[in-house]
Design a protein around this ligand. Structure first.
Ligand code: 13P
Length: 341
């Protein structure tokens, strides 16, 4: 394990003014995104869509790295260049999603366990040869009246830690993603309690598995009320409770925390990130958004080559606003830029 290289990659991924684009939708997830714009989920459409995103002007200015799916890391863009090379040329680091999705947990079927450790060492070796310098594994934690259970939190934490240790063995920076879903009707206080417990269990397991904290990134949810909760919190309260939660649970040896957007609107996710970056923090606080970076561009693209330029402008504008949010300089009135784009 080359700790210096791991640290260097992790720090580059959370460099000031930049963040990560999660473009690692599985075939099932991209199907849902394409259904929303009524285009077929074919390999050519997936290539054209990712090409549109990755070749937008100034891509590397605000996108430090991109999480790819297995198909995409092996695919060539429309100009015939392999996608990892397209990214590297723009100054963005290629990454790879390595989990194999979730299954219902035996004995507690409302909860999920992530799969994908089988053959992971060999896959990591192959992905590194294809250019990957970081990876992602997502655990899913569901809030309900009697869940999450401690066995679910512990099992997911152990899987995240084993994955992270295997990545570091191959000099690949692990993004450790324990996502507490925001789909329910729970209050923000309940999300705070569950997220805090999830992160405690996660860092306990990372310690047990000797994961080098300086060579990893954490990808958590924000502390936020469930989407169906009648009492939605103010952006200021989301920022305050999220930071409180991390101060209690995330060691300052971790170089960066990169949020998922989890179903927040693009504007909401940017605003929350900016509020949290208003003062000094022990870690870099950045983004690793999927939907919150892509949704506006996806809609404008609609699967039509003639819309590529417009979609790319929207993508670049949203990436720039998130870049500003890295230093607390975003303001909601800047949303007007996207209307003009
Ligand atoms: P969202 O930002 O759309 O939640 O996606 C981020 C991600 O990578 C989820 O695993």
């Amino acid at each position: 394990m080359n700790v210096k290289e791991l640290e260097k990659t992790a720090r580059a991924l959370v460099a000031p003014g930049k963040g990560i684009l999660a473009a690692d939708e599985s075939h099932g997830t991209i199907e849902k995104r394409f259904q929303s714009i009524q285009i077929a989920n074919t390999e050519d459409n997936r290539r054209a869509y990712r090409d549109m995103l990755f070749t937008s002007k100034g891509f590397g200015d605000h996108v430090s790295g991109v999480i790819l799916f297995d198909e995409t890391i092996k695919q060539k863009g429309l100009a015939g260049t392999p996608f990892p090379e397209v990214l590297a040329k723009s100054g963005s680091i290629p990454g790879i999603k390595v989990d194999a999705g979730t299954v219902a947990m035996t004995g507690s079927p409302e909860e999920k366990i992530t799969q994908g450790l089988d053959g992971l060492r060999e896959r990591l070796i192959a992905y590194r040869q294809l250019g990957a310098r970081f990876a992602k594994w997502r655990a899913v934690i569901t809030i309900g009246t009697t869940i999450p259970t401690l066995p679910n939190l512990r099992e997911n934490a152990i899987l995240l830690a084993r994955y992270a240790a295997l990545c570091q063995e191959q000099d690949i920076v692990p993004i450790v993603e324990p996502e507490v879903l925001m789909d329910g009707d729970n209050t923000i206080q309940r999300c705070l309690q569950v997220t805090e417990q999830t992160l405690h269990e996660t860092f306990d397991a990372l310690y047990d598995h000797c994961v080098v904290l300086e060579g990893m990134l954490l990808k958590p949810n924000m502390v936020i009320a469930g989407k169906k909760c009648p009492a939605q919190a103010t952006p200021e309260l989301v920022a305050e409770l999220t930071l409180q939660c991390f101060r209690h649970t995330v060691p300052c040896a971790v170089p960066g925390i990169v949020f998922l957007s989890g179903g927040q609107s693009a504007a909401q996710a940017t605003h929350h990130l900016s509020l949290m970056n208003a003062g000094p923090l022990p870690w870099q606080l950045s983004f690793s958004y999927g939907r919150a970076l892509q949704d506006e561009a996806l809609k404008a693209w609609g699967g039509k080559p003639e819309n590529v330029a417009k979609a790319q402008k929207l993508f670049a504008a949203r990436a720039r606003l998130n870049g500003l949010a890295r230093s607390g300089k975003y303001e909601p009135k800047m949303e007007a830029e996207l209307v003009r784009a």
